[in-house]
Design a protein around this ligand. Structure first.
Ligand code: MN
Length: 365
């Protein structure tokens, strides 16, 4: 009976800690983890709980074996490594902080090595039962390090870099979102974009997204958040309506009836990163025309200022990837169907006649 208990207790403690850890991280694994840039060696999600279950079992058996022989010398070290193991899940998944996660897992590597070394002097079996754990930890250390290097230490925190629309979006009286006035008359963009298109697109579609957003965030923590933060953190309907609100305001704000030449600074950057302004326009148009279904095509700048084009389906917004939006085109059918019917390519072609390049340039920061 005593022998049974000496195995049973450590195994149950291990599996209970593992169960609690997987409960804590389940939300993050669904929402946050998929947004990270991960190593190509990352196994499918299903591999992790299976691997950890086997490892926790072996880790429990290792201490159980020592205890069954009346050896309690490694209990404290064993408990400490299990605690540090659990803290990794808290720091990485609950706090979503890959930097603290890496520091924790490096400490864990040291503790587990120390356990193996000490255990080896007492029982080779107890030491060998820890070896799969050690190997798996080395792999996990690499995966954590890769995520840190490729996503920064906060992942979504970078989102704040590109906060550009927060001013004047909320009504000061009840703090609900409002539809901002257009910087031009409703018929000013004609013929590229007719009054009727704006009446529907700006007057009805955008209004619906704003109304939905206000309704969805009422009484939730999103109510007091900047819209950029909502876009970075929310999922589902809240994300869709926040992003559609932001995207449309940004899009309409980038149009002008009196287009001026591209400012020299922006022209230089377009040349540097795309070869020439014409090549940029050709590539951007190709992505806009080619994007399957509904979505948005963006000109963005990364943290280092390098420009690129990203095509996002549906409500996709590049803020979520820590990129700074400079210019966008809405290729949802409602953006062009009244004026161009199904001819998206014609819409994209005339779009270039109403782009406000000064605005785009001003967003370079
Ligand atoms: Mn639209």
């Amino acid at each position: 009976m005593k022998k049974f208990l000496s195995y049973f207790v450590p195994v149950v403690v291990c599996l209970a800690v593992g169960g609690l850890a997987s409960y804590i991280q389940s939300g993050s694994i669904q929402e946050w983890y998929p947004t990270l840039e991960r190593s190509p060696l990352t196994p499918p999600n299903i591999v992790f709980p299976i691997a950890w279950s086997v490892i926790y079992l072996l880790v429990g058996l290792s201490l159980g074996y020592l205890l069954s022989r009346g050896d309690r010398s490694l209990v404290a070290l064993w408990m400490l490594q299990l605690f540090v193991n659990f803290m990794w899940c808290v720091l990485f998944f609950a706090f979503r902080n890959p930097m603290l996660g890496l520091l924790d897992i490096l400490l864990l590597d040291v503790l587990v090595c120390a356990y193996i070394v000490y255990a080896y002097g007492r029982s080779r079996i107890a030491a060998w039962l820890f070896v799969p754990y050690m190997l798996w930890l080395m792999f996990a250390t690499y995966l954590n390090g890769y995520i840190l290097v490729h996503n920064g230490d906060g992942g979504r925190e970078r989102c704040a870099v590109a906060a550009t629309l927060s001013d004047n979006l909320k009504n000061n009286i009840d703090m609900t979102y409002t539809v901002p006035a257009l910087p031009y008359e409703m018929d000013a963009l004609s013929p590229a974009m007719s009054r009727e298109t704006l009446e529907y697109h700006y007057g009805k579609h955008l209004r619906t997204y704003v109304d939905n957003l206000n309704r969805l965030i009422e009484g939730t923590p999103y109510k007091d958040m900047e819209i950029e933060k909502i876009i970075c953190e929310a999922d589902g309907a809240v994300y869709n309506n926040a992003a559609q609100t932001w995207n449309h305001i940004f899009f309409f704000d980038t149009l002008t009836p009196s287009q001026k030449p591209i400012p020299a600074r922006l022209e230089e950057l377009l040349k540097r990163d795309f070869g020439s302004v014409d090549e940029f326009i050709a590539k951007f148009s190709e992505k806009a025309v080619g994007l399957f279904g509904s979505g948005w095509v963006w000109l963005v700048a990364d943290e280092g200022g390098k420009l690129s084009i990203v095509a996002e389906p549906n409500a996709g917004n590049p803020l979520r990837a820590g990129l700074r939006p400079l210019l966008t085109v809405d290729v949802w059918e409602h953006a062009y169907y009244i004026d161009y019917r199904n001819r998206r390519a014609d819409f994209v072609k005339s779009y270039w006649n109403i782009v406000d390049w000064d605005k785009v340039d001003s967003r370079l920061g």
